[in-house]
Design a protein around this ligand. Structure first.
Ligand SMILES: Cc1cc2nc3c(=O)[nH]c(=O)nc-3n(C[C@H](O)[C@H](O)[C@H](O)COP(=O)(O)OP(=O)(O)OC[C@H]3O[C@@H](n4cnc5c(N)ncnc54)[C@H](O)[C@@H]3O)c2cc1C
Length: 395
C-alpha cells in the first residue's frame, strides 16, 4: 500500500471458526516471511457449535475448557501471533484497527468477527432473555436453569423454559434442555423442566430439507418440547412474553435464538453492507473497492453465483471459506491473482436432544442416534485438530 512500510502485518480479526482456519491457511502459505496476527477478545478458540449443550455446561460448573481451546495450543505455540483485545474500530481508509484504544496497522485484513443476537426491535428481548451465542452467555443460561430448579423439590411446580426462534439453534437448545436429566446435573431430586419452542412466523427449521424437518418434528415431540408456530413474539417481560395476537405466555427462563447480525464494530464500518448488515464480499471473499481486505464467516454475505443465494452463516461455510481467504491474503501480498470461492454444502445435521439428531448428508436422510453420532464425530474432529494446532478439517 502506498506510504506503508512493507513490514506492516497481515491481521485476522476473530479467532473463531473462520479466523483460526484462515490463520492456518495463510501461515502455511506465507512460510513465516511476515507476521500474520490473530486478534480476539479472548485468548481461546470457542467451540460455538457446541454451546447448545446447556446441560453439560451446567454440569461443568465453570470448568469450561471443553468448549474453549487456548490459542497458544491452536496456533502450535506461536504465541507471538496472538493479540488479545477488543476490536473497537476498523478504519479501512487509514488501514488501521483500534484494539483496546491502541491503533494496529495492517497491510492485509481479514474480518472474522462472527455475530451477535439480533432482537429485531422486540421490546424487552435483550434485557429479559438469555442466549447461547457466546460461551459466557451459554453459561448464564445454564446457571439460570440451575437456579430455577434450586428452589423447588421434586413435587414443586415445573420449571418453564421458553425458547424463542425455530431455526437450528433454537431447535437444538430446546431439545437439549428438554432431554437433560437435570436431577443428575444438580445432584438431587428436582421438578420437571417444560420447554416451549416459539418458532415464530417462519416455518420450523426454514430452509432446511423437508426430510430433516419431518424427523426433527417427531424427535421434538418425543423430547416433550411443545411447539408454538405461526406467531411472532412482540414483547418480552421479566416472566412472560407476548405474541402478536396478544397471547401472553409465562416462563421462568427465556432463551433468545431468533437470529443474528454482525457485531456493532462491523456494522459501523464504512463499507458495503448487505442483508442484516453483513459485509458484502466478491467471489474472492474481498470487500469491493478495498483490495487486501477480506471478510468471511457470519460477518460476510457471499452470494453464490450458481444459486444466487447467500451462503449460510454456519461454521461449515466459514471453514470452507477460510482456505480461500488465507490463500488470497498471501496472493495479495505477493501481487498474484486471487482464487475464487465456490461453496458446496456437505450436509446438515441438527442435534435433537441427548443422543438424537436429524440431518441430510448429500441425498441421504439420517436421523436418530446415527445422526447424533455423525454430528459428534464431526465436532470431535474439529476439536482434535484445533487442540493439536492442526488445520481444522471442516465441518
Ligand atoms: C448453539 C449453536 C450451534 C451451532 N451449530 C452449528 C453446527 O452444527 N454446524 C455449523 O456449521 N454451524 C453451527 N452454528 C453456527 C456457527 O457457530 C457459526 O456460524 C460460526 O461460529 C461462525 O464462525 P465465525 O468464525 O464467523 O464466528 P465465531 O466462531 O463466532 O468467531 C468470532 C470470533 O470473533 C471474536 N470477536 C467478536 N467480536 C470481537 C471484538 N469486537 N473484538 C475482538 N474479538 C471479537 C469472538 O470472540 C469470536 O472468537 C451454531 C451456532 C450456535 C450458536
Amino acid at each position: 500500500m502506498p506510504g506503508r512500510p512493507e513490514g506492516d502485518p497481515s491481521v485476522i480479526l476473530g479467532a473463531g471458526y473462520a479466523g483460526l482456519a484462515t490463520w492456518h491457511a495463510a501461515h502455511q502459505r506465507s512460510r513465516g516471511r511476515w507476521p500474520i496476527l490473530l486478534v480476539d477478545r479472548h485468548p481461546v478458540h470457542v467451540l460455538r457449535t457446541e454451546l447448545y449443550r446447556v446441560g453439560r455446561i451446567a454440569a461443568a460448573e465453570g470448568a469450561l475448557s471443553r468448549w474453549a481451546i487456548p490459542l497458544r495450543q491452536a496456533l502450535r505455540g506461536d504465541s507471538g501471533a496472538i493479540r488479545t483485545g477488543t476490536v473497537e474500530a476498523i478504519d479501512l481508509a487509514d488501514r488501521t484497527v483500534t484494539l483496546d484504544g491502541t491503533p494496529l496497522r495492517f497491510r492485509e485484513l481479514v474480518i472474522c468477527l462472527g455475530s451477535v443476537p439480533a432482537y429485531y426491535g422486540v421490546a424487552g428481548a435483550a434485557e429479559n432473555t438469555l442466549d447461547v451465542y457466546r460461551l459466557s452467555d451459554a453459561q448464564k443460561l445454564a446457571q439460570a436453569i440451575r437456579s430455577a430448579l434450586g428452589g423447588r423439590g421434586r413435587e414443586g411446580a415445573p420449571v418453564r423454559v421458553a425458547v424463542i426462534g425455530g431455526g437450528s439453534t433454537g431447535t437444538e437448545v430446546a431439545a437439549e434442555i428438554a432431554t437433560v436429566r437435570w436431577e443428575k446435573v444438580v445432584g438431587r431430586p428436582c421438578p420437571p423442566v417444560r420447554v416451549l419452542l416459539v418458532a415464530g412466523k417462519l416455518p420450523l427449521l426454514a430452509g432446511l430439507p423437508e426430510p430433516l424437518v419431518h424427523h426433527a418434528r417427531a424427535l421434538l415431540g418425543r423430547a416433550g418440547v411443545v411447539l408454538d408456530e405461526g406467531r411472532n413474539v412482540t414483547e418480552v417481560h421479566r416472566e412472560s412474553l407476548t405474541l402478536e395476537d396478544g397471547t401472553v405466555l409465562p416462563f421462568d427462563v427465556a432463551v433468545w435464538a431468533a437470529g443474528i447480525h454482525p457485531p456493532p464494530v462491523v456494522e459501523a464500518m464504512e463499507a458495503a453492507h448487505g442483508r442484516g448488515h453483513r459485509l458484502i464480499v466478491d467471489e474472492h471473499l474481498e470487500l469491493p473497492d478495498h483490495p487486501g481486505v477480506f471478510a468471511l464467516g457470519d460477518v460476510a454475505e457471499f452470494i453464490d453465483p450458481r444459486t444466487h443465494l447467500a451462503v449460510p452463516a454456519t461454521a461449515q461455510a466459514a471453514l470452507a471459506e477460510a482456505p480461500i481467504a488465507g490463500a488470497n491474503l498471501v496472493a495479495r501480498r505477493r501481487g498474484r491473482p486471487l482464487a475464487p470461492f465456490q461453496y458446496r454444502e456437505k450436509g446438515v445435521i441438527v442435534a435433537l436432544g441427548i443422543g438424537h439428531g436429524s440431518g441430510m448428508v448429500g441425498h441421504l436422510s439420517v436421523w436418530g442416534r446415527p445422526a447424533a453420532l455423525l454430528q459428534r464425530a464431526v465436532q470431535v474432529g474439529h476439536r482434535y485438530a484445533a487442540e493439536r494446532g492442526g488445520t481444522p478439517p471442516g465441518l
